[in-house]
Design a protein around this ligand. Structure first.
Ligand code: TA6
Length: 308
């Protein structure tokens, strides 16, 4: 598989001062987007959006750990990691991103992503990436597929993840747009849109529980997979006097995660107090809501993040 170089990306897609490419000391290539409405950054590895900042917002919208690593094969802590084709630890084991079956699948650390389209669309800027089967994916038992990931940035953020089953068999995928939202102080935040929803509490032996009707305020380690949940989420941030709305299409799982103090301290790529500045609100299809896709068929999940 040919890997696009900075030179090739710049020649094919570069737009002076609007879309520029650079490479860090570890060889990771980053796209820097600057438009009248926003700035954004996307790493080619994992097609990983690490920053999206509308010019109207004085505070960051996406959280990016100050200790995040930007090295080949390592997941970046923050922005929107792309979870595919399994969520969490693989049933065959391997919890770390370096394990045989890396946590959250192989897509987010793959250097096989190709940029296939980039350009302006109205006030937004759109980039389309593709990941197809390779020796890398076949090592995990995944062949004959194409993943298409469209990122549109402007005063809103739109993400669209499409899967094409190019094989002759049905496949079951898990997927998540593992969005790290930046907040002033997670203890001053309430999450609306979960009332009465069923969830799996991964901090309590994966027990199945039901959300009450009150706005959800995080008060400790939180790791919940809401099932059959299609509703939109509002994250109200008292400290920054703002609301972030996450809407979605064709996603029936919503994951809410914050490691809190104790678990955060175990993450080498997170400041000890990093947990206070973030909450993950993930549009997903996982577990009970994993998606079966027939041969030759396609499935696309959408999510939109906007400041209100
Ligand atoms: O989405 C929540 C979760 O599955 C948590 O259990 C925690 O593992 C988090 O993802 C981060 O996973 P990572 O592999 O990026 O450290």
């Amino acid at each position: 598989m040919h890997k696009q170089t900075v030179k090739e990306l710049t020649a094919h897609f570069g737009i002076e001062k609007m879309l520029e490419f650079s490479q860090n000391e570890h060889g990771l290539i980053k796209a820097q987007i600057t438009t009248a409405t926003c700035t954004a950054e996307v790493y080619m590895q994992g097609a990983h959006l690490t920053q999206w900042q509308p010019v109207t917002s004085k505070n960051p919208v996406l959280f990016l750990s100050e200790r995040a690593t930007f090295e080949p094969g390592k997941a970046i802590r923050g922005g929107v990691p792309l979870v595919f084709p399994w969520f969490g630890a693989h049933k065959n084991g391997g919890n770390g991103t370096s394990g045989k079956f890396p946590s959250h699948g192989f897509a987010r650390t793959s250097n096989q992503w190709l940029l296939v389209e980039a350009g302006r669309s109205k006030d937004d800027f759109m980039m389309k990436f593709e990941l197809t089967d390779s020796d890398h994916s076949r090592a995990f038992g995944w062949d004959n597929f194409k993943l298409t990931y469209k990122i549109s940035v402007g005063d809103e953020l739109e993400l669209e993840l499409g899967f094409d089953n190019c094989s002759t068999e049905s496949v079951v995928i898990e997927e998540a747009l593992h969005t790290y939202l930046a907040v002033s102080d997670v203890e001053q935040v309430s999450v609306n849109g979960l009332a009465d929803a069923d969830f799996i509490d991964k901090t309590d032996e994966s027990k199945r529980k039901k959300q009450d009707e009150k706005p959800f305020r995080l008060a400790g380690e939180t790791d919940r997979v809401y099932t059959n949940h299609a509703a939109h989420i509002d994250v109200e941030d008292q400290g920054w006097q703002r609301k972030i709305e996450i809407t979605k299409l064709h996603s029936l799982s919503t994951v809410i995660w914050n490691p809190w103090k104790e678990q955060s301290a175990k993450l080498a790529d997170m400041n000890p107090d990093g947990w206070k500045q973030m909450v993950c609100v993930e549009s997903a299809n996982v577990g009970d809501n994993a998606v079966e896709i027939s041969p030759g068929k396609h499935y696309t999940m959408h999510t939109c993040v906007r400041l209100k």
